[in-house]
Ligand binder design. Structure first.
Ligand code: B4P
Length: 191
């Protein structure tokens, strides 16, 4: 079983690369952003609450995300492994994930962080915003999301570094080139 955390600022390509990794390694995609957007589409209580945070670029509170993760994690029993995309995003979430996985006799093998500079992140998300219909793909919200990433999410890099599970990959360039870098990293580190 391989469990990966795909990490990086908004627009770094986590969703894009997750799709390719799932196809290659047969893993289960676990994207908290996608699950939250499904909750919004379904107009659930969580969705209505989450929307207020997401639309202005803030993180959804840990207690809500954690309850949602507990509900969704056991839907995938028998999985060959997970790609955690956009989760964990805070130290509390990182500690929670380690605890939940240990209880299930599982562990994170590697956190792969996609390294992309700020201007490129903004360009990519603005381009997606032309068609995505996502209220958070708008410049001032993108800037807020990047700020929140640096303040609240980037500190968890230390958590994974201490466990010798952190690897940074160059996230600039063509999608296929980045994918090859990620696969090489996985094969060097895990296989
Ligand atoms: P997410 O859905 O996870 O969004 P994101 O981090 O902003 O990444 P995104 O998926 O947009 O970008 P990607 O890198 O794939 O989260 C949205 C919101 O949900 C958060 O702001 C937060 O409010 C909430 N949330 C989610 N998880 C949470 C948690 N754990 N705790 C609390 N709150 C949570 O790609 C972006 C674009 O770049 C795409 O259009 C893609 O086509 C393009 N792209 C990718 N690679 C490229 C390349 N190499 N070249 C050019 N373009 C590329």
């Amino acid at each position: 079983m391989i469990n990966l955390v795909l990490f990086g600022p908004p627009g770094s390509g986590k969703g894009t690369q997750s799709e390719k990794l799932i196809e290659k390694y047969g893993l289960t995609h676990f994207s908290t952003g996608d699950i939250l957007r499904d909750e919004i589409s379904g107009k659930t209580d969580l969705g209505m609450k989450a929307r207020a945070y997401m639309d202005c670029g803030e993180l959804v509170p840990d207690k809500d995300v954690i309850a949602m993760v507990i509900k969704n994690l056991d839907k995938h029993q028998g999985s060959k492994g997970f790609i955690f995309d956009g989760f964990p995003r805070t130290k509390t979430q990182a500690r929670f994930l380690r605890h939940e996985l240990t209880d299930r006799d599982m562990r994170i093998n590697l956190m792969i962080a996609l390294n992309v500079e700020r201007e490129e992140l903004i360009t990519r998300i603005l381009k997606r915003g032309e068609n995505s219909g996502r209220p958070d793909d708008e410049r001032s919200v993108i800037e807020k999301r990047i700020e929140v990433y640096h303040k609240q999410s980037a500190p968890i890099i230390e958590f994974y570094k201490m466990m010798h599970k952190f690897i940074s990959v160059d996230g600039k360039g063509g999608i296929e080139d980045i994918f090859k870098r990620i696969c090489d990293t996985i094969e060097r580190s895990i296989a």
